[in-house]
Every structure is written in C-alpha cells, then in structure tokens.
Design a protein around this ligand. Structure first.
Ligand code: IPD
Ligand code: CA
Ligand code: CA
Length: 270
C-alpha cells in the first residue's frame, strides 16, 4: 500500500507544480482581482480560482473516482476510498501583498486517514512531501524536526483567526503566555508553510486555531513523517492544531488555552 501512496504523492507533486506555475502567472501582477468572503480579512483572488481549476481538472482526469474537498469549490463526493484535500492557494493575503510565503497544499486521505501530502511554495522553490511510513522530504532530501531541547531557544509560529475583529477569542491569550518564554515568534501567513517549516526544523513549533482541513491535511502528514508530534488543543473552533518536536510538544501544548468543549484533546502519533 505504501507504494501506492508514493504513486499518489508523485501525482500530487506534479499537480501542485502545475498549480504553482499558474499562481506565478498572477504574482505581483498589477490589477489582481480580489474579492472578500466573510470580511475584509478574508479574501479570494483570481489566482486562487485559477490554481483550483488546474488542480481539480488534473485530479479528475487522472483519478476520476476519487472524492475531493477544495477550499473554494467545496466537496465533491465520488467514492469513499480516496479523498483529495486541497488548498489551491494558502497564504492569499501574502500573495495579494506580493510576499513570497504562499503555497499549494494537497493532502490525500485513504478511508478517512491522511496518507500523503505535498506542500509547494512556488516562489520559494520549495516542495515538501510526506508519505505515511515513507518519511518526509524537502526538494527530495530527507528532513527531520528540530532537536533544540528547550523553549527559551525556540522560534515558534502562529496565526490569527479571520473573525479577530469581532471575536475576542483571538489567540492573543496564547501569545501572551508563550511569547515571554521563547526566542521568537513568527506570523508567516501560510499555515501549510508554518507546519512544513516546523517539520523541516526551521521552526520549533506552530499552533493555530480555527483552521480547516484544507489548511492542514497535507502538512500534518509531512510533520508526522519528519518526527513531529501533532495534536488539537480545542474542538470548539474548527481545527485548532499544535505541531512540535517531541521534546517541546507538551510544554507548548500546556500554554494553549482549551475552551469548553475541548475535552477530547488529541495527540496523534504513529
Ligand atoms: C490562511 C493562512 C493563514 C492562516 C489563516 C488561513 P488562506 O489560509 O493559512 O496563515 O492564519 O487562518 O485561513 O485563506 O490564505 O488559504
Ligand atoms: Ca488556507
Ligand atoms: Ca486558500
């Protein structure tokens, strides 16, 4: 089965490269078409849609029976065995600003379990890949999470929920507790890249609340295959995840507030 997952990951890689090339046609171009979704902090551009169109076309040409969940066009259920979980442009705000931290994220689930993922950052030329049981790579080279032993030498990343202007439950409480204890904090603006940079050992950890499956499915396979622990720190705000090397995971996790309804906190290991 592992071999089949590698074949699917090869296909996902090729599709992510095609989508990334499409994104670069729009990057830093004048007059990019931008629309708002929930509010002014939640945007979608013509580049998101072009990338998604490329991915969905290629997936349905090559795997016509596979189901798909993709951020801008939702779910299309075909069979119950494989599902592709797609963010055609993760980091749209960066993309809109002309900042290079954006990616295409493609995860593949088999009977509901994430088994392969690729995250491609085309402007950075970085292709992250993970296959369950097969390890994680950056541009074809094996990678592993950080071995830094303590929080005071750690650089972490996070992000903030899209309803931050109206909802005071906005992650600043977690920042307030962790910031004084760490070397540095980054807000890179692409959840998929944050997770992969933790997997690669460039960061010592990442947490964020209120994400969606398309932000994290690919990254979580990659992170686990690179030796990270992954978990969810609350269950009342969509997907709220923490990713870190084993020696730092519990300490970071302890500082993250769990709200009511978070009793089913999970720590996932293989
Ligand atoms: C967003 C990015 C960002 C995270 C947001 C996500 P999008 O995805 O991953 O880093 O903080 O929560 O929604 O909208 O650019 O695909
Ligand atoms: Ca996203
Ligand atoms: Ca997106």
């Amino acid at each position: 089965m592992e071999r089949d997952y590698e074949i699917l990951a090869d296909a996902a890689e090729a599709i992510a490269r095609a989508a990334g090339a499409r994104l670069l046609e729009f990057f830093r171009r004048e007059h990019l078409q931008v629309e708002t979704k929930l509010n002014e902090s939640d945007i979608v551009t013509e580049a998101d849609r072009a990338s998604e169109e490329t991915i969905l076309r290629l997936v349905s040409e090559r795997f016509p029976t596979h189901s798909v969940l993709s951020e801008e066009s939702g779910e299309s259920v075909r069979d119950g065995e494989f599902r592709w979980v797609i963010d055609p442009l993760d980091g749209t705000t960066n993309f809109r600003c002309g900042l290079p931290f954006f990616s295409v994220s493609i995860g593949i689930e088999h009977f509901g379990e994430a088994v392969a993922g690729v995250v491609y950052a085309p402007q950075l030329g970085e292709m992250f890949r993970g296959v369950r049981g097969g390890g994680a790579t950056l541009n074809g080279k094996p990678m592993a999470c950080s071995s830094i032993p303590s929080l005071d030498r750690s650089v972490l990343a996070t992000g903030f929920p899209v309803d931050k202007s109206v909802n005071p439950d906005n992650n600043l409480d977690n920042v307030g507790r962790l910031l004084p204890r760490i070397r540095g904090l980054r807000r890179l603006g692409s959840a998929a890249i944050d997770i992969c940079y933790t997997a690669a050992g460039f960061l010592e950890g990442y947490w964020e609340m209120n994400l969606h499956d398309w932000d994290i499915t690919a990254g979580m396979v990659i992170a686990r295959e690179a030796g990270c622990l992954t978990g969810e720190f609350r269950s009342d705000r969509n997907r709220s995840v923490v990713v870190a090397p084993p020696q730092l995971f519990d300490e970071i996790r302890r500082e993250l507030s769990s709200r009511p309804g978070s009793a089913d906190i999970k720590k996932t290991t293989f």
